[in-house]
Design a protein around this ligand. Structure first.
Ligand code: SAH
Length: 296
């Protein structure tokens, strides 16, 4: 069924559906996938773990500890410290990329971007040792940085092998996914509804000097009409349906990828095929923090 000829507001349930072709992707047959981590479950686990260890989280792989001098004086040593920390993070990051490719990520551009962005720079120092494991991690304000697999998978689906021009991300969080997107798309806009996280993302992204990324503080459910249409829209939080404003701001030929649902969530791909035509494809199960209206 297609939504041809219909105008907004348009319930997503009325959009055309087709099932995921993921099982048919070459080489997937024998792959064993790690189940996507539940962001909220991880969050709870990490918070209780933090509580248990009295604010001193235990590192599973202390990849960066050896790169940090015991006492670093300011000046030249700061640069040296940053350099050695970057070098130390490269090998776990390479291991992460290898794992992503075993998990079924095929797009070489996505793999390269995941290998470039220093994920450890987007999380608390206490969690550095877990920066490249396949898990979501807490970033404060009851939110999480998404697990590497789902970041790579969603971008792979959205971009479909192309360099997209105008891309909108809903849910900047700590800014990690926005930085990955900026490696692959010409212009990236990212919206966050929590002021403190918007500020955190600005702080995290500043040293990376990414010229083609713009952060906005606001309710992403309204999109960003002033710069629409977008060839790609990616939601990092799950709503019970995809906001109409975002469907409207998707360019014809554009692709939107979003987690949808409450307890049971699935990734949905929406392709806009005409002025009043959208096709929905249900992909795989996932777990995200909720999409909420308004700003705080
Ligand atoms: N993109 C992040 C993931 C952040 S978690 C990463 O790189 O890992 C999802 C984020 O979506 C949270 O920070 C949450 O505050 C935000 N969010 C939820 N509803 C939103 C809305 N309506 N508009 C903008 N951001 C929203």
């Amino acid at each position: 069924m297609t939504a041809k000829g219909r105008r907004f507001p348009l319930p997503l349930s009325s959009l055309a559906s087709k099932s995921s072709n993921r099982a048919a992707r070459p080489g997937n047959a024998e792959l064993s996938f790690e189940t996507p981590q539940t962001a909220t479950q991880n969050l709870r686990r990490h918070e209780s773990h933090r509580a248990l260890v009295n604010g001193k989280p235990t590192l599973t792989h202390n990849v960066l500890a050896h790169a940090t001098p015991a006492r670093t004086p300011a000046g030249a040593d700061t640069h040296k410290k940053a350099m050695s920390s970057t070098l130390a993070a490269q090998s776990p990051r390479r291991a992460m990329v290898d794992r992503l490719s075993r998990q079924g990520i095929l797009d070489p551009g996505v793999l390269a971007a995941m290998g470039t962005v220093p994920r450890h720079q987007f999380i608390d120092e206490g969690l550095f040792g877990q920066a490249y494991i396949d898990a979501s991690l807490p970033i404060g304000n009851e939110q999480t940085i998404s697990q590497p697999y789902i970041v790579a998978r969603m971008i792979e689906i959205m971009r479909n092998g192309k360099t997209l021009n105008n891309v909108l991300e809903i849910g900047t969080g700590c800014g990690y996914q926005a930085a990955v997107l900026a490696q692959l798309c010409k212009n990236v806009y990212s919206i966050e509804r929590i002021k403190l996280l918007h500020e955190l993302a600005k702080k995290n992204l500043r040293p990376l000097r990414i010229a083609n990324l713009r952060l906005h503080y606001g309710d992403g459910m309204c999109g960003l009409p002033q710069v629409a249409p977008f060839d790609g829209i990616i939601l990092a939080a799950a709503g019970i349906q995809i906001p109409d404003a975002l469907l409207q701001q998707l360019a014809i030929g554009g692709r939107l990828i979003a987690p949808v649902g409450e307890k049971q969530q699935v990734l949905q791909l929406i392709e806009r095929t005409g002025n009043a035509d959208w096709i929905k494809t249900v992909m795989e199960g996932c777990h995200f923090v909720p999409l909420r209206p308004g700003t705080i």
